[in-house]
Design a protein around this ligand. Structure first.
Ligand SMILES: Nc1ncnc2c1ncn2[C@@H]1O[C@H](COP(=O)(O)OP(=O)(O)OP(=O)(O)O)[C@@H](O)[C@H]1O
Length: 545
């Protein structure tokens, strides 16, 4: 300002007699630089030399510096209204704020909880640190530094998830890469953020996501505090709960059956052998033996007749009607998630599993089951089965290390957690066939199962597609499907969906085999590579360990 300018100018040698001050004065050039030529022209036009004129300007400025600013109202009274309005309009039409880009018109529903934050960065740091969430891989605001730009804006909080910076998605980026984008940005920086659970001082709630574990009709519930809860009553869907004055806010995620149809035409025809010839070597697929499959089916039927799926068995692990869920993104260094295929007998679970493994046996694999029956001459321990004593088998059972087990013709068969872990430890994707009652046991943070329900298409379609299909039974190795088999399959599928639908991460209708196989491959890839909703306990257990 004025004080600063005058501070730079040394006072002239003879301050009082301007008329004699014709010798060089260092302040002269500074004044000349500061004032517009027109100002000097006005001064010169009243008949002074340039130096004297500038000295007069200097004196005026000194005098002005001492004056206090007074309110302009009294002076303004003498001005005309036109002059005042014109001054107002001139100021009002000026753009003092930075111009922000317009919001896009087509913001999807899923972005309802997103916030667009624009900060103007002028040579100063943002005053916030970021970190990568250990499990989800999200980039989060870690700390907002007191007094910094971010804090003063009141728009960014610790725990907020960064989605985009200046239109660039940060998904999959390292914090260092995001910092680089920020460092390179000048002027307005536009963030797209999802508010985190640690919200700022203006938000007193924290948001929790839950998955409905049972059907619920709020209209019939006299104790419901908020009718909006209706929106999360669909079995298996996830919703955000905000225990605040709004009580409940919907954040519906259509993640159950959202996989797009991707036709695939390069699948090989059906092969019924356990041994396959790969590019240059033979490989063996375990877990497809007839006794194992029949034992599994028998155990399912037995459990059905015994009504094993009690009300609480179908709810969450804690028996609650809702289960808290979080978004989980598998990191490249993490083990793969277990892929569980579930479906009514004969629907094609084993056919699909076999085709998937056959496509890439070095990537997909079955777990080798255990049995108490003795090894046959052509079998190898650890290839068809792990052959163990009844005592060993039972200790695995009672130690809750068996994901499924059953008895067939006096022998025990089952698949252990350790057998699945062995596949995952090799860096492969373990694909297993499980009766729905076993899903609860498999739902642990160590296996993080992704459950795919294989559903039959309608009976008339299946009559066509299953013309040459064969089912295995207790008495015949290969038997054609009868109409009642197809009907039974459809009925069982419906029951499974009703009782266990909350556990299904994805559903594939097995009509055309090649299409179903392509859908399976795509779902398995997404399960490993894209963020998915998982029980919150799976993620917190990992953080603690
Ligand atoms: N989409 C399809 N189109 C035609 N045939 C199919 C299709 N899916 C499966 N099949 C055939 O149906 C028969 C039964 O399939 P699969 O053996 O996979 O049944 P499953 O679901 O594993 O039942 P199980 O409980 O008996 O083991 C097989 O002959 C298989 O090739």
């Amino acid at each position: 300002g004025l004080t600063g300018l005058l501070g730079l100018i040394p006072p002239p040698a003879s301050h009082t007699s301007h008329s004699t001050a014709c010798k060089p004065w260092p302040g002269l050039s500074l004044l000349l630089q500061t004032f517009q030529p027109e100002t000097l022209i006005v001064t010169l036009s009243i008949g002074h030399s340039p130096t004297v004129a500038l000295l007069q300007v200097y004196d005026c400025l000194q005098e002005f510096k001492e004056k206090k600013l007074v309110p302009a109202t009294t002076h303004a009274q003498t001005l005309s209204y036109e002059a005042l309005l014109s001054a107002h309009d001139t100021v009002a039409q000026k753009d003092f704020e930075p111009l922000l880009p317009p919001l896009p018109d087509n913001i999807p529903d899923s972005e309802e909880a997103m916030r667009i934050v624009c900060l103007v960065k002028n040579q100063q740091p943002l005053g916030a640190t970021i970190k990568r969430h250990e499990m989800t891989g999200d980039i989060l605001v870690a700390r907002v530094i007191h007094g910094g730009l971010a804090e003063r804006s009141g728009l960014l909080y610790a725990g907020d998830k960064l989605v985009e910076v200046n239109g660039v998605s940060v998904e999959g980026l390292d914090p260092e890469q995001v910092i680089h984008i920020l460092a390179m940005s000048r002027g307005t920086i536009r963030f797209k953020v999802v508010p985190g659970s640690l919200m700022g001082p203006f938000c007193t709630y924290c948001q929790v996501y839950v998955r409905a574990m049972t059907e619920y009709w709020p209209q019939e519930d006299p104790t419901i505090p908020c009718m909006d809860a209706r929106k999360i009553s669909d079995l298996g869907t996830c919703a955000g709960l905000i225990p605040s004055n709004h009580l409940l806010k919907r954040k519906q995620r259509e993640f159950w059956w959202s996989q797009p149809y991707q036709p695939h035409t390069h699948l090989k025809s059906i092969i019924y052998k356990e041994e396959f010839v790969g590019c240059d070597q033979k490989f063996f697929i375990a877990g497809f033996r007839r006794s194992m499959r029949l034992c599994r089916r028998k155990s399912h039927l037995r459990q059905q007749h015994a009504g094993v799926c009690s009300a609480s068995g179908c709810l969450s692990a804690s028996g609650a009607p809702y289960e808290e869920v979080v978004r989980y993104q598998r990191r490249r260094s993490d083990k793969h998630r277990l892929i569980v295929l579930v479906g009514p007998s004969g629907v094609g679970v084993n056919e699909l599993r076999r085709q998937l493994i056959e496509r890439n046996p070095s990537h997909f694999q079955s777990a080798v089951p255990h049995t108490t029956r003795s090894k046959k001459s052509y079998e190898m321990d650890g290839r068809e089965y792990h052959y163990v004593s009844k005592e060993t088998f039972e200790s695995l059972m009672y130690g809750h290390r068996m994901l499924e087990y059953g008895e067939y013709k006096g022998h025990l068969y089952g698949t252990s957690v350790d057998a699945v872990q062995a596949v995952l430890d090799e860096g492969k994707i373990c694909v297993m066939d499980l009766e729905p009652q076993g899903i609860q046991i498999a739902r642990t943070h160590e296996l993080k199962p992704y459950v795919i329900f294989i559903k039959p298409s309608n009976i008339s379609c299946m009559k066509q597609s299953r013309k040459n299909a064969k089912i295995i039974t207790d008495y015949f190795v290969d038997m054609k499907f009868k109409d009642e088999d197809l009907q039974e399959m459809e009925d069982l599928a419906q029951k499974m969906e009703t009782q266990f639908g909350q556990f299904f991460d994805h559903v594939i209708v097995n009509d055309n085999l090649q299409d179903a196989c392509a859908q399976l491959l795509s779902a398995v890839q997404k399960a490993q590579e894209e963020p998915q909703w998982v029980p919150a306990t799976w993620v917190s257990s990992d953080t603690e360990s």
